[in-house]
Structure formats: structure tokens, C-alpha cells
Design a binder for this molecule. Structure first.
Ligand code: ZN
Length: 434
């Protein structure tokens, strides 16, 4: 991934000077965050009374107040009672036509995101806004349009590949245009999907997928790095006869999956021989799983308008099983990450990443595990562990300060007090207005 600054539109001379002086002052500045609870994103237990030294755009030291000696004369911020964690990474953010949403999410602590399938043109306006504000972020990771088969699920967001050679060509073009990951969509036949995976491996970038009609066991064994949506596992955990009926229904009509996937999950047995075969592949390959639970959330007391009571009950049961499978997949070896999915039924604007973290905890993860999913593990799925995702010396100073303790209650993730990217505090109230 090229650094963000290289991908910004050309700046005018005057704005260049401004950007330069802002960057220089950030580079020279040292800062101490003192007396703060530190959750470092690695999964390690919190340091209850910690100290972080930030030098320029990077983290210089992290530890307990007893172990870290602050450099003389450094500006110190006393954060007694507060918690600091790495900036959140949202691995399933759809920009659509709403670049301001990325800036609102930034005020909610999301310092980096990946859009898993979109044309680069859709990011021009956001990059322009970031440059105009001399903001150091949010850090943008793109995948280019989905690579799908004929009759694509989302025509406007896809390129269609009719065979493996076309799939390979489209994959190369997406990467040439700046993609730092590629996403396979569910109508792509197996040989074409495998061609995309091979291109990713050749360029050392991750390949992710919305499977639904493709067998997760086969694709992961063939080298697929990540899975978008826990529903991607649907046909891999039920008997073949049921899986094929679902495949044919969705092949005939992409919309059949909306209710159909809940039905598939509601009836699924998570200990079936098919599910066991999936777990064996997860143990062997340890793919990333971006479950995107929030977009599938169903609540018994708030069914979608016009849904019959028996259908609503089936969908609630299906969603409960999706949460169980997410937890089970994590225990079996999948590396769980966080994808908010931008717009979801039970979160208001920009709050999808918070809701996703709450749902990971409802699924059985500890709050600390949910934080690790959204930070340290997420940076692994970006292939950025040496730059982002944890609070370690040498990494970028992307941090979130919370008023309450998220390790005691994950909903404290909503109590964002301050957000820093690359050593610079952002104007939280201003970006909350977006
Ligand atoms: Zn999506």
C-alpha cells in the first residue's frame, strides 16, 4: 500500500506550505499520555496505570508509569480514568455516495478503513476533503470493484469476468489502479476465483470474498485469505442437497438470499459433518473472518416492517446461529476482525463499527477479544502489522481515548473523548457534524 499522501490530488503551492509546516510541527513534537489505562491491541491484559510517549507521528514508548521515563520538558496530558487503545480499523466500509460518513466514523475512533469493493472514482471527493483539511487520515484502503461473474449481484460496483483469464486480467488492473486487496463475489466460478487468489499471492496482497454460492472449504484450501460476512459459510455447513437448492434459488434471483440465508442458518447444525469439514480447513489455514454481524442483525421485538410473525421468528433464529458460528469459527482458528458495513439496522449514522463490536461480544468474545479484532488482528488483514493496529514503539500514533473502560463493558467504545492519527489530534466535534 502506498502511503496516503502519495495518493492525494496535487496540492497548490500555498496548501503545500501549510501541509508541510503542519507535518513538520507534528514531527518535532513529543507528547506524553499519562496515568491512562492502556489496551494495546495485541490481546494483552490492560496496563491499568500506563504511560505512552509519542514522538512526531509515531509511538516511542509504552508501559506502566513506573517503567516509562518521560523525556524531560515534554508536554504531558493527564488521562486519569480514561482508556487509550489503537485507532479502530473498519474492514468493511462502503463509501457509496457518502464520503462524509468516513469523516464521521473518524470522530468515532475509526482511523483506518477498507472498502471491499468499489471503483476508485468514488474516493476522489473524500481524498479532496482530507487534503483540504490537511488531515492525516482516515487511512484509506481500497479493493477496486468486486470481481463477479455474469449477472453480478451489484452491477454498479463490479467488473464481470466471464472466465479465468478475464478474472486474472481484471485482478491485475485493480491492483495497478491502487487496490491493496481484491474481493471475489459469489457468481464467479471456482476456476476464476482461483485465478484471482493466485494474482493476490503473486502481488502479496490479501484476497477476500463474499462466497454465498462458492464453497468456503474449497476456496480457503485454494488459498483464499479472508471471508466477508459469516453468511459466506452458509452452503458449507449444510447437507449438499440443501446447499444446492439454495445455490439454484440465488442463481435464479440474487434477491432470494435476503430471506433464504436466514432460513439456511436457522436450520443449520453447527456440529454437522459439513461444518466439521469447514472447521478443519479453518484450523489448517486460519483465514480472516469479517463476520459483519450488524448488517444481518434481527431483533424479536423489532421485526422489519411487513414481515410475517413466523418469518420474523425464523430470521431471529437464523441470526442467533450466525453469531454462534462466528464464535465457533474464531475458536476453530479463523482470525476474527471487525467490519461495520456503514449502514446497518440497529445503529445510527457512523455507529456501525461500535454495534459490530457489541455483537462480537454478544457472540461470546470477551470485550478484550473484540477490541483486538478491531485493531491488532484487523491490521494483519491489511498486511500492516508493522505500521498500524497496536500500541508498540515505532508504529504510527493512531489512538483513541475513551472516557469509560471498554474492557469492563464493550459499549464504552461509544465514549470517544479524543482521536489521534499520526501524532495529530483531530477535531472530534467538527467531524461529528458530518
Ligand atoms: Zn458489503
Amino acid at each position: 500500500m502506498r502511503p496516503l499522501l502519495q495518493r492525494l490530488p496535487i496540492l497548490t503551492a500555498a496548501s503545500c506550505l501549510l501541509a508541510l509546516s503542519a507535518a513538520q510541527s507534528a514531527q518535532n513534537r513529543s507528547l506524553v499520555l499519562d496515568n491512562v489505562r492502556i489496551v494495546d491491541g495485541t490481546g494483552a491484559p490492560p496496563i491499568e496505570r500506563g504511560r505512552i510517549v509519542i514522538a512526531g507521528d509515531r509511538i516511542a514508548q509504552v508501559g506502566s508509569v513506573e517503567s516509562v521515563k518521560p523525556p524531560a520538558g515534554t508536554e504531558t496530558i493527564d488521562l486519569t480514568g480514561r482508556t487509550v487503545l489503537p485507532g479502530l480499523i473498519d474492514l468493511h466500509f462502503h463509501i457509496e455516495n457518502d464520503p462524509k460518513l468516513a469523516l464521521r466514523q473518524l470522530s468515532h475512533g475509526v482511523t483506518a478503513f477498507r472498502d471491499p469493493g468499489q471503483w476508485d472514482e468514488k474516493f476522489v471527493e473524500l481524498r479532496r476533503m482530507i487534503a483540504a483539511d490537511h488531515l492525516p487520515g482516515p487511512r484509506i484502503f481500497t479493493a477496486g470493484p468486486h470481481i463477479d461473474g455474469e449477472h453480478p449481484a451489484y452491477p454498479a460496483d463490479s467488473v464481470v469476468a466471464r472466465d479465468a483469464e478475464e478474472a486474472r486480467q481484471q485482478a491485475e488492473i485493480n491492483i495497478r489502479n491502487g487496490a491493496s486487496a481484491l474481493k471475489i463475489y459469489f457468481r464467479l466460478p471456482f476456476a476464476s476465483a482461483k485465478a484471482v487468489i493466485d494474482v493476490c499471492n503473486a502481488h502479496h496482497i490479501p484476497c477476500t470474498a463474499h462466497l454465498e454460492l462458492l464453497d468456503a472449504r474449497e476456496l480457503i484450501a485454494a488459498g483464499l485469505h479472508g471471508i466477508e460476512h459469516v453468511t459466506s459459510f452458509g452452503i458449507s455447513i449444510v447437507p449438499r442437497v440443501e446447499a444446492e437448492a439454495y445455490r439454484q434459488a440465488v442463481l435464479a434471483d440474487n434477491a432470494a438470499r435476503r430471506e433464504g440465508r436466514y432460513k439456511l442458518f436457522a436450520g443449520a447444525n453447527l456440529d454437522s459433518p459439513e461444518a466439521q469439514a469447514l472447521y478443519a480447513v479453518l484450523r489448517d489455514r486460519k483465514p480472516w473472518l469479517d463476520a459483519t454481524l450488524a448488517v444481518f442483525e434481527q431483533r424479536a421485538d423489532r421485526p422489519a416492517k411487513g414481515t410475517k410473525p413466523e418469518t420474523a421468528a425464523m430470521m431471529v433464529a437464523g441470526f442467533a446461529k450466525m453469531k454462534q458460528l462466528t464464535r465457533r469459527a474464531g475458536l476453530e482458528g479463523a482470525r476474527l476482525v471487525m467490519g461495520g458495513h456503514s449502514t446497518v439496522p440497529f445503529a445510527t449514522r457512523g455507529e456501525a463499527p461500535w454495534r459490530e463490536m457489541e455483537l462480537l461480544v454478544e457472540s461470546g468474545l470477551s470485550p478484550l477479544e473484540a477490541i483486538t479484532a478491531a485493531t491488532g488482528t484487523a491490521s494483519g488483514f491489511l498486511y500492516q502489522t508493522d505500521r498500524l493496529g497496536t500500541l508498540r514503539p515505532g508504529l504510527q500514533a493512531d489512538v483513541v481515548v475513551l472516557r469509560d473502560n471498554p474492557v469492563a463493558n464493550i459499549s464504552a467504545i461509544r465514549t470517544v473523548d479524543r482521536v489521534m492519527i499520526a501524532g495529530t489530534w483531530i477535531d472530534v466535534p467538527r467531524y461529528r457534524e458530518y
